[in-house]
Design a protein around this ligand. Structure first.
Ligand SMILES: [Zn+2]
Length: 505
């Protein structure tokens, strides 16, 4: 989104922000081939609705020369000239939106509008933040009060034989489609998703039969539509068909697992606040982040990771699903690229959850989010397979894991040794945790009798059970102080995953 609008010296700043995006986008339950397509449609829908609301704000304030300043993820910022009745006009638009979203999206998606005046040539960040905070305490107010009652007939169609939709889990009227029973919304999403396959810039065009409806108008996705929508232009395909999660999982070596990867830029609110409302700097930061999480990701996927499926990317976060090993490789490569923007000023944290192909997307995504919270403790880190690894160490750890997996595959490392490694590492961790609660330093622990025990046992294991390249690798990686022993659990688990049989749990 490279709007070249100039922020005026005074006027009205209008901000728009979606909430509920994650639950809305991730609702499709996996299953047959349609899930990936519906996910794609839903993330397109969120970006599309954001731009449609921005468009509505622009036309509501047309006389005040309203213009979009930027839009990223589910947010936008518009500026306009001041007018005496902006509060009423914005409130009426908010009411229409609330009613419409409650009706069309069963209240799953809520859009918040907020505005503040300014006369110092800056974005009134504090004022906008306060307005948004207030608004978010009373979501959907416009539809729920205002003398309205929950009109059952109005909001929810009367259903003769309610059934659970196998696409989104909602109860309603369903229709048999291939091997699933789906509600109309899911069928629309499936068709929308199919039309979004392939490369090219998609946009929105008004259309009476369009699948996206808001504020009395319908829109459809089209190449080079009037309102450009930046969806990561990549989807794993085979002969023009979107690969299903089952097919993707089978592309992993060893166990047929998927990994869910969520990435979230570190301290982003703070970074924006540091721009002190400077419009040029703020839009620059927003564009850089949005580029990094959308087009840069798309380019990397097309170049090196065709099997990864981007669920969404933009704003300040990214979510993708793919064969578990490819997800780790991607995290390593992408982090290196991300560090090149703004001269290494920005970092991100990543969380990974392993999943079987038919597990519930929302549940697994929440697990990946929980993993991000763990990574955020140190920031610039990844939490995966039960370990938190700073990105500074990640390449080294991953390379060791790949080597160990290779030796295991070649029969030079037995599974029993991997279990022993994990067991010793477990004891080491327990000691370390006990040490840190009693204030013992790593150094003291290393020198203590109990601390040395795992070291001696490991040395014994290596000497007795391995030889040649394996013994050399294990000694270097795990017995050299300050090397990879800290991450031995991750490394052993990785090697076990590679060795696991197809379809094994
Ligand atoms: Zn459905």
């Amino acid at each position: 989104m490279h709007e070249n609008a100039e922020w005026p010296s005074n006027g009205l700043a209008i901000e728009g922000d979606f909430s509920g995006i994650q639950r809305f986008v991730l609702r499709p339950t996996p299953g047959a081939g349609g899930a990936a397509r519906r996910l794609r449609a839903r993330s397109f829908r969120v970006l599309a609705l954001t731009r449609i609301v921005a468009d509505a704000v622009e036309s509501h304030f047309r006389n005040e020369k309203a213009r979009l300043f930027y839009s990223a993820g589910g947010r936008f910022l518009v500026f306009a000239g001041r007018c005496h009745d902006w509060r009423e006009r914005l409130a009426s638009l908010q009411r229409d939106l609330d009613r419409d979203l409650l009706h069309t999206y069963r209240g799953e998606l809520v859009f918040h509008l907020g505005a503040a005046e300014f006369n110092d040539g800056k974005i009134p960040v504090n004022c906008l933040a306060e307005t948004m905070r207030m608004r978010k305490r009373t979501p959907l107010q416009g539809a729920l009060i205002d003398g309205q009652r929950w009109a059952k007939d109005g909001f929810f169609r009367t259903v003769t034989s309610p059934e659970k939709c196998q696409g989104c889990g909602a109860t309603g009227e369903t229709v048999a489609r291939q091997d699933e029973r789906l509600c109309q919304a899911c069928i629309d999403d499936q068709e929308l998703g199919a039309s979004l396959l392939g490369r090219g810039d998609f946009g929105l065009t008004p259309s009476d039969s369009g699948a996206i409806a808001l504020l009395g108008r319908r829109w459809t996705a089209a190449r080079n539509g009037r309102i450009p929508i930046r969806l990561i232009p990549h989807a794993p395909q085979d002969g023009g068909n979107l690969l299903t999660f089952d097919q993707l999982a089978k592309r992993a070596p060893g166990r047929s697992y998927l990994a869910y990867l969520r990435i979230d830029a570190d301290r982003i609110g703070e970074k924006f606040r540091h721009q002190n409302g400077d419009a040029r700097k703020t839009v620059e930061l927003s564009n850089q982040l949005n580029d990094a999480f959308s087009s840069k990701v798309g380019a990397l996927l097309a170049r090196e990771f065709p099997d990864l499926y981007p669920v969404y990317g933009g704003g300040d976060d990214l979510f993708l699903i793919g064969p578990w090993n490819a997800v780790f490789d991607f995290a390593e490569k992408y982090r290196a690229e991300f560090r090149t923007i703004r001269n290494g000023e920005l970092t991100f944290s990543a969380g990974v959850a392993l999943a079987r192909p038919r597990e519930h997307i929302l549940t697994k995504s929440e697990e990946a989010e929980e993993a991000i919270h763990r990574a955020k403790v140190t920031r610039d880190s990844i939490h995966a397979l039960g370990a938190t690894i700073p990105f500074a160490d990640f390449s080294r750890v991953l390379s060791c894991a790949r080597n160990l997996a290779r030796l295991h595959g070649a029969g030079q490392v037995r599974s029993a040794l991997l279990y022993n490694l994990m067991e010793l590492h477990h004891r080491y961790r327990a000691l370390k945790n006990a040490g840190s609660s009693s204030g013992t330093s790593d150094q003291e622990l290393g020198n203590s009798e109990r601390g040395l025990l795992w070291h001696a046992l490991l040395f014994y294991q290596i000497t007795r059970n391995t030889s040649g390249e394996t013994a050399e690798l294990l000694r270097k990686e795990f017995l050299t102080p300050g090397y990879n022993w800290k991450y031995a659990d991750f490394i052993a688990r990785y090697a076990m995953l590679v060795a696991g049989k197809k379809g094994e749990d």
